[in-house]
Design a protein around this ligand. Structure first.
Ligand SMILES: Nc1ncnc2c1ncn2[C@@H]1O[C@H](COP(=O)(O)OP(=O)(O)OP(=O)(O)O)[C@@H](O)[C@H]1O
Ligand SMILES: [Mg+2]
Length: 328
């Protein structure tokens, strides 16, 4: 069976007053897939999403949603999509239900359909017990669930989620991942952005790593990790000087069992083929430069290694939020 292409993006670029925010972005998303754009702050994720939801005009390139062009057929595209913005769009003085009713009126949904749909959505995001409370009293996780219900109100074929779990506690994040998977299993196509490696790894069927406005690599998390080849070894030294780290990096780079080496603040991160050989050789290299090893961590390829390999820098992770409510 041929896969149906839900979202097709070719050579998209956007320049804001001479500043190139994204350049030559191309990817396609199959119907029923969760596709992620993973990248740091300022990478160009929201810019890409805003072009796809027809609110921002690209400088170059084109994009279609189920074959409809986001510029020439913007009205048709809007009928097929839902959008959950990165910034909370919630009005503090309305209840959860009133938010959905207001939005339903904007979409011109008939009253009878709307009532039923709102109660289904409130159940889906587990807000039915809290639907008549003013939204300013909701926790951060509850507000985000309401945002998602708002995005789902038009019953979209493609849902765009901009940083769906940013700043949420662990439990709320897991719950939102479950909703998103359930929507995918019902045939919805999801395009989302994230700053979180674990979210990209566990939620996305395929993802694009985006950095400085450009896509570096696209694949499923499994493919990307397997594609790296070799395992990771992070060696830290006790009180290293910059000269010691430089010499260690140089020594390790010349070893035949080593694929790549990157300096870290207290040591080096090394990709290796044969752990049994590499470990001894790296310990010897550390001893040659007069360094004392503080720790050695060995691991199978992870998505942070993939990110590092294709961008040349680590992806800083936003601080985890302890459970409980986050304020507005
Ligand atoms: N309206 C605008 N005018 C000028 N520059 C902008 C505008 N919107 C975004 N940018 C710039 O474009 C770049 C990409 O921004 P964008 O919001 O797409 O990044 P992002 O990947 O979504 O980042 P974040 O993770 O912080 O949300 C940034 O350097 C940003 O400052
Ligand atoms: Mg953004």
């Amino acid at each position: 069976m041929n896969a149906v292409i839900a979202v097709d993006v070719v050579g998209l670029g956007k320049t804001y007053d001479g500043f190139t925010a994204i350049r030559d972005i191309s990817f396609s998303v199959q119907k029923g897939e969760i596709f992620g754009l993973l990248g740091p702050n300022g990478a160009g994720k929201s810019t890409t999403l805003r072009i796809l939801i027809t609110t921002l005009r690209p400088t170059t390139g084109r994009a279609t949603i189920f074959g409809h062009d986001v510029i020439r057929e913007a009205t048709t595209v809007r009928r097929q999509i839902g959008y959950v913005p990165q910034e909370r769009a919630i009005d503090r003085f309305l209840t959860g239900r009133e938010h959905l009713e207001l939005l339903g009126a904007l979409y011109h949904l008939p009253k009878s359909v709307l009532k039923q749909r709102i109660s289904e959505l409130l159940k889906l995001v587990e807000l039915d017990q809290h639907a008549d409370r003013v939204a300013k009293t909701y926790s951060g996780g509850m507000k985000r669930k309401l945002d998602i219900a708002c995005g789902l109100l038009p019953n979209p074929s493609v849902l765009f989620l901009d940083e769906p779990t940013l700043g949420l506690d662990v439990q709320s994040r897991l719950t939102i991942w479950e909703y998103v998977k359930r929507l995918r299993d019902q045939g919805m196509t999801i395009v989302m952005t994230t700053n979180y490696l674990d979210e990209a790894d566990q939620l996305c069927d395929r993802l694009a790593i985006i950095d400085h406005g450009q896509i570096r690599i696209i694949g499923s998390p499994q493919e990307l990790k397997a594609g790296l080849g070799g395992d990771g070894l992070t060696v830290t030294l006790e009180h290293p000087t910059p000269e010691m780290l430089e010499r260690l990096e140089h020594e390790i780079r010349s070893l035949s069992c080593v694929r790549s080496v990157h300096a870290r603040s207290q040591g080096v991160h090394v990709r290796i083929d044969a752990p049994e050989k590499a470990l001894v050789a790296i310990m010897e290299a550390a001893s040659r430069i007069g360094g004392r090893i503080a720790s050695v961590e060995y691991h199978r390829p992870r998505l942070d290694d993939v990110f590092m390999a294709y961008t040349g820098h680590p992806l800083e992770q936003p601080d985890p939020v302890s459970s409980g409510s986050s304020s507005l």
